[in-house]
Design a protein. Sequence first.
Length: 85
Amino acid sequence: MKNYMNRWVLLALKAIMILVWLACLWGQLLAVPGLSGALAVHASQTSMYWSYLIMGVLFLLCIEAAFVAVWKLFSLSGSGANSSR
């Protein structure tokens, strides 16, 4: 079977995806809680803290879910597998 992408290109793309995934985890653990607290305090709406926090985490979870599909596509394109059976 023919590989559809160069092996080094796939490794580079997967490395970039891992770095972005780690940034998303950092965002979920540190950045989103800090920013939601800052927005709630400066906006004089302390009741909005939890809604900002939940929206931020859910947004990053959607991005991470898309990473699963992209990772699978990278794996398929590197294996030379023909998906049209």
